[in-house]
Design a protein around this ligand. Structure first.
Ligand SMILES: *[C@@H]1O[C@H](CO)[C@@H](O)[C@H](O)[C@H]1NC(C)=O
Ligand SMILES: *[C@@H]1O[C@H](CO)[C@@H](O)[C@H](O)[C@H]1NC(C)=O
Ligand SMILES: *[C@@H]1O[C@H](CO)[C@@H](O)[C@H](O)[C@H]1NC(C)=O
Ligand SMILES: *[C@@H]1O[C@H](CO)[C@@H](O)[C@H](O)[C@H]1NC(C)=O
Ligand SMILES: *[C@@H]1O[C@H](CO)[C@@H](O)[C@H](O)[C@H]1NC(C)=O
Length: 522
């Protein structure tokens, strides 16, 4: 490793950088207000040779977990990290599916003292050095509900994802009241501002900055939003969203016909069955949005990739942001995939008309799609399967294991033509808003088998977490009639009597019979 212990002058520079980064939030031309934390700053900072101090941002999530981003240089995935706090306490960091981010808990005794200060990322395999102990000025942590958290570039504009601007369902701040700004990691003053052209919940669209205005030799460019459109406006939101200039190359490759997009949270063990099945019926590429899994998702994904399944994972730890993840997925893959199916890893698209096929075919799913060019979205009804007598995860997978379902069709899932999606990227998880010239069609001869009510061991974990934006947590005593609740289940994570045979109204082994024929021959 590099000489870490003998760099005193450099040190000061690094720390000042961090201070600037967080304490002096974005000073810019017209605003000289500085945001100092309440306690007076004692700048008795000692040289600290740890290069990990640079380019760090800490975000306080729910449940007292801290998300630490290490933008540059990125942490080697193999290094074990810890978080060192202002009072010298240390908590271990957990790796995430994104090598530039890890998660540490905030120590209990610091939870009662506001404001909350960022930890310093330190390497666990190094003893904490004396000089760390002397640092008593730590930047404030960012909050997960007031942040620009992601961005992507299309040829024409920048899509920016932010929490805190539009917080009420259906009520959006007009785009003209917002400004998009771009700054380099070396200098928090924006070098460019552009107009916002769309504002819908957490998704915003802005013009690109003038590429000639981008400062040379900058490590990273961040994009942020400011409420207000004049110089008198408020300070920008803090941002962890890195801006990438649009690619200058025209897109030449042929689009894939159908891809799949899903959000996962500790679903690694369900993934191989889901990927293998959908790949066999024609899904060419899988996009996983990882909501902070800690089940070594990367291992499972790497194993599937080595079997030539095309999968990519994106770290998406933001609470209640499934709609935003799907907007992101639709926008970023518009030139890659013609159609995208948005389903969960416990959902399997299937058509009873395939039951006589002796083997799966890669054109099968495509055959569900209508031929009319005006159809932009196809929706498919879901059947909800029950625990079917199981007390534990069935060894030969969900399709073989769960064979009894509720009678009624519930909800629907969609296959969306990505170039038909409205530019607001508005969706409700289950379907997207389309551009005016496209229509939406329901198909009757395909359906989704949703293995929703699984063996209690699985179900209790799954229903603790709610994914979409306006759905309450299962154990909150609000909205008891919500369709997201399980009828008769109440608010406690306790196994209800007779769970294993609940919701079993119709034996339905059609998909099970089919996949046994397809995959378990001999
Ligand atoms: C996990 O995989 C993703 C992409 O497949 C990669 O970007 C990321 O760095 C990996 N994370 C770790 C911790 O290896
Ligand atoms: C995997 O998907 C990407 C698009 O996300 C594509 O560029 C690449 O060619 C695919 N790889 C294979 C082996 O098909
Ligand atoms: C499958 O084949 C059987 C026997 O030939 C036939 O009765 C049935 O209608 C076929 N099913 C489908 C969905 O084509
Ligand atoms: C992600 O997980 C957190 C808990 O870790 C949960 O609060 C949140 O609702 C989840 N979000 C999504 C979009 O699944
Ligand atoms: C499903 O099939 C099993 C036997 O295989 C039978 O005992 C049970 O009553 C059936 N359930 C329903 C709801 O038809």
């Amino acid at each position: 490793m590099k000489k870490r212990s003998k760099l005193p002058p450099l040190m000061g520079t690094m720390l000042s950088f961090i201070l600037l980064l967080f304490i002096f939030q974005f000073p810019h031309k017209s605003s000289t207000r500085l945001h100092l934390p309440k306690p007076s700053l004692r700048l008795s900072i000692r040289p600290n040779p740890n290069p990990l101090l640079q380019h760090t941002a800490s975000v306080l999530l729910q449940d007292w977990q801290i998300l630490v981003f290490q933008f540059y240089p990125s942490v080697e995935a193999s290094r074990r990290m810890s978080c060192l706090f202002r009072d010298n306490s240390v908590t271990p960091a957990r790796a995430t599916s994104f090598s530039n981010a890890f998660v540490c808990p905030l120590p209990r005794r610091l939870r009662v003292r506001r404001p909350f200060y960022s930890p310093l990322p330190v390497l666990s395999d190094k003893p904490v050095r004396k000089q760390y102990m002397n640092i008593n000025t730590f930047p404030l942590m960012l909050r997960w509900n007031w942040i620009v958290y992601e961005s992507l570039s299309t040829a024409k504009d920048v899509v920016v994802f932010a929490k805190g601007v539009n917080t009420k369902q259906g009520i959006n701040r007009p785009a003209r009241e917002l400004t998009c700004l771009f700054y380099s990691s070396d200098n928090r003053a924006p070098f460019y501002t552009t107009a916002v052209t769309s504002s819908s919940h957490e998704v915003f669209r802005c013009h690109h900055p003038d590429l000639n205005a981008i400062p040379e030799s900058t490590n990273q460019i961040f994009v942020s939003l400011r409420i207000g459109n004049s110089d008198e406006s408020s300070d920008p939101l803090p941002s962890v969203a890195i801006y990438t200039p649009p690619s200058q190359q025209p897109v030449l490759h042929q689009k894939m016909k159908i891809c799949a997009c899903t959000m996962v949270h500790n679903s690694a063990k369900f993934l191989p069955e889901w990927v293998r099945y959908h790949s066999a019926i024609g899904v060419e590429k899988f996009f996983l949005y990882d909501n902070g899994s800690d089940d070594r998702l990367n291992l499972t994904v790497n194993r599937l990739q080595s079997k030539r399944f095309n999968i990519s994972t994106r770290f998406w730890p933001w609470p209640k942001s499934q709609e935003a993840a799907f907007s992101h997925c639709a926008a970023i893959n518009r030139d890659t995939c013609e159609w995208m199916v948005f389903i969960d890893v416990d959902e399997f698209v299937y058509s009873p008309s395939w039951s006589n096929s002796s083997r799966p075919g890669r054109s099968m799913l495509g055959s569900v799609l209508p031929v009319q060019p005006t159809v932009g979205q196809v929706s498919i009804g879901c059947y909800e399967f029950s625990p079917s007598g199981h007390r534990y995860h069935p060894r030969n997978g969900v399709i073989q294991g769960y064979t009894c379902r509720r009678h009624a069709e519930e909800r629907h899932k969609s296959l969306v033509r990505l170039d038909a999606v409205d530019r607001s990227l508005v969706n409700s998880v289950h379907h997207f808003r389309l551009r005016d010239e496209f229509e939406w069609k329901k198909v009757g001869w395909a359906r989704v088998n949703h293995y929703k009510y699984q063996a209690w061991d699985e179900f209790k974990v799954k229903f603790r977490r709610r994914a979409s934006a306006f759905v309450p947590d299962w154990m909150d005593r609000v909205n008891p009639a919500s369709k997201d609740r399980t009828p008769g289940l109440g608010f406690e994570p306790v196994e209800p009597a007779g769970w294993a045979w609940k919701f079993c109204e119709v034996n339905d082994t059609r998909l099970g019979d089919l996949t046994r024929k397809w995959f378990h021959r001999g």
